[in-house]
Design a protein around this ligand. Sequence first.
Ligand SMILES: NC(=O)c1ccc[n+]([C@@H]2O[C@H](COP(=O)([O-])OP(=O)(O)OC[C@H]3O[C@@H](n4cnc5c(N)ncnc54)[C@H](OP(=O)(O)O)[C@@H]3O)[C@@H](O)[C@H]2O)c1
Length: 333
Amino acid sequence: MTNRTWRIARRPEGIDFASALELTDSPLAPLAAGEIRIRNSHLSMDAGTRMWLSAREDGYQPPLPVGGPMTGLVLGEVIESRAEGFAPGDLVRAFGQWSDISTVDAVMSGAIVLDPTVADRRAWFGPLGMNGWTALWGVEQTGAAKAGERVLVSAAAGATGILAVQIAKLLGCEAWGIAGGAAKCAYLTDELGIAGAVDYKAADVAAQLDAAGGFDVYFDNVGGGLLDQVLTRMNHYGRIAVCGLLADYTAGTRTAPAEFDQVLMRRLRIEGFFSPDFMHEGPALTRRLRDWTEAGDLVMPYDVTTGLENTLTAYAKLFTGGNVGKVIVELPQ
Ligand SMILES: NC(=O)c1ccc[n+]([C@@H]2O[C@H](COP(=O)([O-])OP(=O)(O)OC[C@H]3O[C@@H](n4cnc5c(N)ncnc54)[C@H](OP(=O)(O)O)[C@@H]3O)[C@@H](O)[C@H]2O)c1
């Protein structure tokens, strides 16, 4: 039996993924002890994986090797198992390969068996997955947002940001988002009902931020020049939760805030956070996120592309702003 897999032929330049990743066929090797085989039904497109495609060794994760498979979160049924606790037919989520079938070590891949009664299994990638955990942790723990405070979120119409603004609102905060374009901003205010949105692609970003007023928490997915704009508009004793640095991922730059002195002037706290650090809190976070989701208080739009062969088009949306909500590749079963 052969299996199609996206392999890293060379490191990508910018968003030219077609020159870097190749869809190859290879036979399935016999399962080793501790491994499971997953028939992928969905692949999660996550912006942070762009860093693993670079050569940098000082990231929070070592680079993926050239020649190896592209790795990311996958969802699907176990079709073969040599790992305790996993049986054929189980619905699982794991760090697998961008392929028809993932073969993973159950422990090393963080594989978990999921409740199959959740009506829309895609939720295991969105509100009930890494994006949900990250959004809740970043707002509540790292950002330490309190009811009544003003919380600003960048990349607010993307998977992580869309959850962060809704969670801030659910926790009693005044939630604001930054997103690219009038349509995304209108979605955030009119559909999700958050207090306001700033269009960072418009000419008058500074004026929009001035009009918005000061913020107590900045949940930052972007870094770059936007971080400087926000640093000069934070309220005293504010917190900046650094979730991601999208401004750098495809540009190959490194965020170095010119307005760093505002940390002292305004007595700010800046702290990065990374989901594997609070993986042990996953079940408790999922319970709260599931309650909100089932009550209809936490919503997630999905941007779905069908077919493994179309994965790169889906992936590029994260870096061009082509998506609202969670980008997913669905594999016909
Ligand atoms: N720390 C953690 O544990 C953790 C876990 C998950 C995700 N993250 C981070 O969360 C962020 C969002 O990731 P995601 O996977 O959920 O993707 P996403 O938000 O669904 O997609 C990315 C969105 O970011 C916006 N964007 C892209 N480049 C930008 C730029 N240069 N400046 C401003 N906005 C830009 C685009 O929307 P516009 O149209 O608005 O530009 C795009 O739709 C990333 O920084 C990622 O690394 C961190």
